[in-house]
Write a protein that binds this ligand. Structure first.
Ligand SMILES: [Zn+2]
Length: 265
């Protein structure tokens, strides 16, 4: 298994013009470039300047930040950028330590297109993990940046306060998958999630990741339905009771979800 560097930024080119940055704390950041400018997708939460790292090691092109959702491990460094694109439904999740200026937050909704010269990202509503979760579809590079919306290939965290119930999540997933197919996405596209497990696997060999993609999304929707119908029963995850509610884990094919019983409706 790939040995990840701890306690520093590292990076690796995952596709021509797309670079993955690992923040040393389990978070993935991406730099998605056109000829003249670049998108940065998410910020990680390393206590060290991100934009300096990008300019020194990856590109000196002008940077435009887009954020998949407001959780701290995706939004902590927003104040390093002149402005940032994120759903305002997640403003409340951005931690005060991020010193975010919400006058510089440009609200995004499903079907918006964020453009820099030579490249654009189509916003696809992916709510569930948070109310304002979105995915970004890059049609030029045939890549989808989906944050934590459908898991990074391991489990999606639906057990947190503010996560939606499973029928609402199921509806969002199916609409998101249909929208992506309309945009031309198929199983040959690259799905790039918010955390490192998708790429290198967990340290624990029992928990090897599945490749994220449309199939995983559709199986996640099926898992929601099977939990609602009582066809699948999750297993208790004793070590996660600390989040306030008792947490359960359930799997179906590639899909794997952590959730609480009150969401099963
Ligand atoms: Zn998250």
């Amino acid at each position: 298994m790939h040995e990840l560097e701890r306690d520093k930024y590292t990076h690796e080119q995952v596709m021509p013009e797309i670079t993955w940055i690992y923040d040393g704390i389990n978070d993935s950041i991406y730099v998605d470039e056109s000829e003249t400018e670049a998108f940065v997708i998410d910020t990680g939460m390393r206590d060290e300047n991100l934009t300096n790292y990008i300019r020194e090691h990856i590109t000196k092109k002008p940077l435009t930040l887009v954020v998949t959702h407001g959780h701290l491990d995706h939004s902590m460094k927003v104040s390093e950028f002149d402005c940032f694109y994120m759903s305002k439904k997640d403003d409340h999740l951005v931690p005060t330590e991020a010193h975010a200026d919400f006058n510089k937050r440009i609200d995004i909704n499903g079907s918006d297109v964020i453009t820099i010269p030579g490249l654009d990202l189509v916003v696809v509503d992916s709510a569930g993990h948070t109310p304002g979760s979105v995915s970004f579809v890059d049609r030029k590079h045939r890549a989808v940046f989906h944050g934590d919306a459908f898991s990074s290939g391991a489990n999606v965290w639906m057990q947190l306060p503010g996560c939606s119930d499973l029928s609402a999540y199921r509806k969002t997933i199916l609409e998101a998958a249909a929208k992506m197919r309309d945009l031309g996405v198929d199983e040959s596209w690259t799905f790039l999630g918010g955390h490192y497990e998708q790429k290198f696997g967990f340290p624990d060999p029992r928990y090897q990741p599945n490749e994220p993609g449309l199939l995983l999304m559709e199986q996640m929707a099926e898992l929601c339905q099977k939990l609602i119908d009582g066809e699948i029963q999750g297993e208790l995850v004793p070590e996660m009771v600390r989040f306030g509610d008792t947490v359960y884990s359930a799997r179906y094919e590639k899909a794997w979800m952590l959730y609480t019983l009150k969401q099963v409706k």
